[in-house]
Design a protein around this ligand. Structure first.
Ligand SMILES: [Zn+2]
Length: 313
């Protein structure tokens, strides 16, 4: 091969794999970001999936994968917060479970790594160094501009960041063809020593999907906070927080009424909208990844539980 040909080959490779030269934080068990992108590529290549780029953040694509089969769907989100690495690594190791859902014609919307810049840096937000105080950083999932205040107005006049703008637009676009029956947003919270769950859907703390995940956590010996408060002063009751208006993408997915460009609109109206939180204080990396993998592995069962109480399905 000539030098010129080598240069061309190098350029093509660089374009196809933009993350290859990005260094990923390595202070915990997280996989380098190029392995996560490789896993997404493999999933998209294997089965009935469509992969789209939602936004390119400092050269790193935020991607979404959807099954070609549309309809009331399972939504899975990971990696909203960059200092919470177990969930995107669990997705990365769950290709067989995701393919099994697709093979059963269960529609799926998968956001495998919502905040790639934060992931590579171990920063919560892409625009704020870890440890810096809120509100200096902006969550990629911030949905306040689409959510209603008590006065019936948007809580923010515009999106908090270009990443949040792109992600929330994609959520609203996909919610039409893939109404979220079950949404699983996988997180970690190291400020308290045990895990817990948010249930943002209409069934709140009694949501059977939330209860089933708590039973799975108990079965795996995973410590669950039965009471207490988070750093955001949210109260945990029997392992679950419900009824919060936190401006998150989960609140958006659960909302039946939203506001877009000043006009009221029907929201995604997710039925079971669950956020799973693990903590590294007392739980190893492998145990945390195992729990998130177990939750992804429960998606079909949880989808059936959520569908049973959903009159649209
Ligand atoms: Zn989080």
């Amino acid at each position: 091969m000539t030098c010129a040909a080598l240069l061309v080959a190098a350029c093509v490779f660089t374009e196809a794999a933009p993350a290859a030269e990005v260094k990923t934080y390595s202070g915990d068990g997280r996989a380098p970001i190029e392995r996560l992108y490789g896993s997404m590529d493999a999933l998209a290549a294997q089965g009935p999936w469509v992969m789209k780029t939602v936004f390119v953040d400092q050269g790193l694509p935020i991607r979404v994968l959807t099954t070609k089969h549309k309809g009331p769907a399972v939504w899975i989100l990971a990696g909203i917060h960059g200092e919470e690495p177990a969930p995107p690594n669990a997705v990365f190791r769950s290709r067989a479970a995701l393919q099994a859902l697709a093979a059963k014609n269960i529609p799926v919307v998968l956001f495998p790594l919502c905040n790639p810049v934060g992931y590579t840096k171990d920063w919560r937000y892409p625009d704020a160094r870890r440890g810096s105080e809120e509100p200096s950083g902006h969550s990629v999932g911030d949905s306040e501009h689409l959510l209603l205040s008590k006065e019936g107005k948007p809580r923010l006049p515009k999106s908090a960041s270009p990443q949040a703008d792109a992600l929330t637009r994609m959520v609203l676009a996909l919610a039409r063809a893939y109404p979220p029956v079950l949404s699983l947003d996988l997180h970690e919270d190291d400020t308290i020593p045990k895990g817990y769950i948010y249930s943002q859907g209409p069934k709140g703390s009694a949501d059977p999907a939330a209860r089933a995940i708590l039973r799975k956590m108990a079965e795996l010996g995973y410590p669950v906070a039965q009471s207490g408060k988070t750093r955001f002063e949210e109260t945990i009751v029997d392992g679950v927080i419900s009824g919060v208006n936190d401006g998150s993408i989960d609140e958006l997915i659960a909302s039946d009424k939203i506001v877009v460009d000043g006009a009221p609109r029907p929201g995604p109206a997710g039925r079971s909208v669950i956020v799973v939180e693990t903590s590294s204080q007392k739980t190893s990396w492998e145990e945390r990844v195992k729990l998130h993998r177990a939750v992804i592995g429960m998606a079909e069962k949880l989808f059936r539980l959520a569908s049973a109480a959903d009159p649209r399905h």
